[in-house]
Design a protein. Structure first.
Length: 317
């Protein structure tokens, strides 16, 4: 392995945590909070717990990918992505694996409170989310190695993350007695919450699309069959464009439903989305796509912040 003596131990752990990826974990929660404010179901405790749980799941997934991509041979010296600590020898595989368990354990600890608030539905969602974070690159049938990574990111880091955040706030305000819900109470998962989750699902998936376009050649060599490997550059770029369009359509839907201009706030990020599309359309190298990967994450965060403000604003005017 390529040891890096000039990298401090703290720096190596920060590289493993990948702080630049954390806004992707926070963004769906921000949207769920914005809609909860609009619907007068905002609750501080569940919202904060949802944020912490999402961040621990994101960190646990980062450790899992770092560890399993290295031991499965998917990370090689030819990889053009950001440096991985297991493959490069900065942190031992055993330590990274332990950190993975710690992160998922912390997510579980936060989940205990969320289960107290949201009951059996959140218990099921929490278990599935942790298993999905682990199974993306780990386990006997890693989703990311069989072209299913995009689907699982879309579902768990988009649809479930936003609707789950909304649910734990809404259920805490409708409960008349402190009984743990066994089913989903009426009014706690709304059509609006599901629709509002679509941009988060689309943009979080696009982060993965850029990553997989960049790594397409090396993934193909190592046998990691991401969706990009299966469908190639052209259709992966079409996927990126389609998901962008899908994300930007949703604010128009809310503006029409509510007869309000506030939900249109995320359209201010459209120029950045267009610039990113041009890069993804034309480039394949890490030198070009690594910055595009980070900027797609920034687009996700900016879009989510503006969308949350746009969703919440009508309740103040």
């Amino acid at each position: 392995m390529d040891n890096q003596p000039d990298v401090s131990h703290l720096r190596a752990w920060l590289m493993a945590i990948r702080p630049q990826s954390l806004p992707a974990g926070a963004s769906p929660v921000i949207v769920g909070v914005g809609l909860a404010i609009h619907d007068s179901v905002f609750a501080v405790g569940p919202a904060v717990a949802a944020l912490l749980g999402a961040l621990f799941l994101q960190i646990g997934s980062n450790f899992t990918n770092d560890y399993y991509d290295a031991i499965r041979g998917a990370d090689t010296e030819d990889r053009e992505g950001f440096q991985r600590v297991t493959q490069s020898g900065l942190i031992s595989p055993t330590c990274v694996r332990r950190a993975m368990y710690v992160a998922f354990s912390l997510a579980t600890l936060v989940g205990v409170y969320l289960v107290y608030v949201g009951g059996v539905p959140i218990l099921v969602v929490g278990i599935l989310s942790i298993l999905a974070g682990f199974a993306y690159t780990g386990g006997p049938y890693p989703f990311g190695y069989h072209g299913l990574g995009d689907l699982f990111v879309f579902v768990f880091f988009g649809l479930i993350a936003v609707t789950g955040t909304y649910y734990v706030q809404a259920v805490s305000t409708v409960a008349t007695a402190r009984l743990i819900p066994v089913t989903v109470p009426a009014g706690t998962v709304t059509v609006a919450a599901v629709v509002a989750s679509i941009p988060a699902a689309a943009l979080s998936t696009n982060i993965l699309v850029v990553n997989n376009i960049r790594d397409l050649k090396t993934d193909r060599k190592t046998g990691k069959e991401t969706l990009a490997v299966k469908i190639g550059y052209r259709w992966s770029r079409i996927e990126y464009a389609a998901l962008l369009v899908l994300a930007y359509l949703v604010p128009l839907v809310f503006a029409g439903m509510w007869e309000s201009v506030f939900p249109l706030a995320p359209l201010l990020t459209a120029p950045l989305g267009w610039q990113l599309w041009i890069t993804v359309r034309d480039e394949t190298t890490g030198a070009a796509l690594n910055p595009a990967l980070e900027r797609t994450g920034k687009l996700f965060l900016a879009f989510s912040l503006l969308f949350a403000v746009g969703l919440a604003a009508p309740s103040f005017f």
